[in-house]
Design a protein around this ligand. Structure first.
Ligand SMILES: O=C([C@H](O)CO)[C@H](O)[C@H](O)COP(=O)(O)O
Length: 188
């Protein structure tokens, strides 16, 4: 197979894997996230590596909708408190910085929602609610539920599921594209 065909096939395989996950997602878990975002005083997001990049993209969209959103680890991020929501993502559910953030948020009585691929992980136990994504984790070596490398499927799907949450919140807000536009960065 030549390189062009291989890449086209891989692109379709990636899309197929994400579609399968979309068919498996639990709508009740998504509904909890939508409601907690609406109810939260402030939203904090935290994840490591590529999982963190997915959450940062979603954080920007929630900000465009008018929510107060902080990315944990940024210099201007304040203390999390009761009434706030901490949204975490960890495919493995074992990443140390994510677990310690969950513990701190719980100790402050903030709400903790975690997107994870492991329903039995430490993170799943710590979270008030999980969104279970049946993707491979980064340490699923050998044959796994994904053809892709490491946590790629989890990281892609984390972004996609949060894009769908954003769309729901946006549709329910009644706001137009023009209404959201003033929130776009103008220092870029
Ligand atoms: O960047 C990552 C790595 O490349 C796996 O594909 C992960 O997102 C990072 O290591 C965090 O891992 P998880 O907490 O298990 O999502």
């Amino acid at each position: 197979m030549n390189t062009d065909t291989l890449t086209s096939n891989n692109l379709l395989a990636i899309l197929d894997e994400n579609r399968q996950l979309a068919n498996q997602i639990n709508p009740q878990q998504i509904k909890v996230l939508v409601n907690e975002i609406k109810a939260a005083k402030r939203i904090f997001v935290m994840a490591a590596g590529r999982s963190g990049l997915a959450l940062k993209m979603a954080a920007m969209r929630f900000m465009h909708l008018g929510y107060t959103v902080f990315i944990v680890g940024e210099t201007n991020t304040p203390a999390i408190l009761k009434g706030d929501l901490l949204l975490l993502a960890s495919g493995s559910g074992t990443t140390a910085s994510v677990l310690s953030s969950a513990e701190k948020a719980r100790s402050q009585k903030a709400t903790v929602i975690a997107i994870t691929a492991d329903a039995e992980s430490k993170l799943a136990v710590l979270a008030d609610t999980i969104i279970l994504v049946n993707a491979a984790t980064k340490t699923d070596f050998g044959v796994s539920v994904s053809q892709q490398y490491a946590g790629s499927l989890f990281e892609q799907f984390t972004l996609l599921v949060l894009e769908s949450v954003f769309m729901t919140l946006w549709q329910e807000s009644g706001l137009t594209k023009e209404d959201l536009w003033p929130k776009h960065a103008n220092l870029e």
